[in-house]
Design a protein around this ligand. Structure first.
Ligand code: ADP
Ligand code: MG
Length: 150
């Protein structure tokens, strides 16, 4: 599958990369983020949310306990973290299918725990940390350098 990789060396570079990704993203879109705890998934999300104009990075925090955060008014970005969910039964109570159907950008951390629940037409972003250097690999749906088609 076609994939692109980017390297970032700081939190600031990670946020800036998220903004660039936001500008190339089709709408609506589902983004599935994978990578170890601390890899930078929430940090990249801060940049994506900023790039979409939905909130400032300081306003974006990990939905580890609340599971879903919404940004924008009206809501244009859903940020979901499945880290604390262990059973598909709990997942069923979240109403994910309904969220995936919205005219929004839906960003999911730890989606790889429940792959069969995720829509097939998604942007997959995998982050690895090797010696402080983060490699961010994008695959799945194509991104347009000219920005989203409307
Ligand atoms: P995750 O959501 O994958 O668990 P976070 O986004 O919360 O990870 O990031 C964990 C820590 O790593 C944060 O302190 C963040 O500032 C830092 N960080 C994120 N991206 C980078 C990067 N590219 N280089 C160095 N540190 C980073
Ligand atoms: Mg996180």
């Amino acid at each position: 599958m076609n994939s692109q990789s980017y390297i970032t060396h700081s939190e600031e570079e990670m946020v800036a990369l998220g903004e660039r990704i936001a500008h190339m993203l089709p709408r609506p879109a589902v983004i599935l983020l994978s990578g170890d705890l601390g890899a930078g998934k929430t940090t990249l999300t801060k940049g994506i949310v900023k790039g979409l104009g939905a909130a400032e990075p300081e306003e974006v925090s990990s939905p580890t306990f609340t599971l879903i955060h919404e940004y924008g008014d009206p809501t244009s970005v859903y940020h979901i973290d499945l880290y604390r969910l262990d059973q598909a039964r709990e997942l069923a109570t979240l109403g994910l299918d309904e969220i995936f159907d919205r005219e929004a950008v839906v960003i999911v951390e730890w989606a790889d725990k429940f792959p069969q629940w995720m829509p097939s037409g998604h942007l997959a972003i995998h982050i690895t940390d090797s010696g402080g250097q983060r490699t961010v690999t994008l695959s799945g749906i194509p991104l347009s350098p000219e920005g989203p088609q409307s």
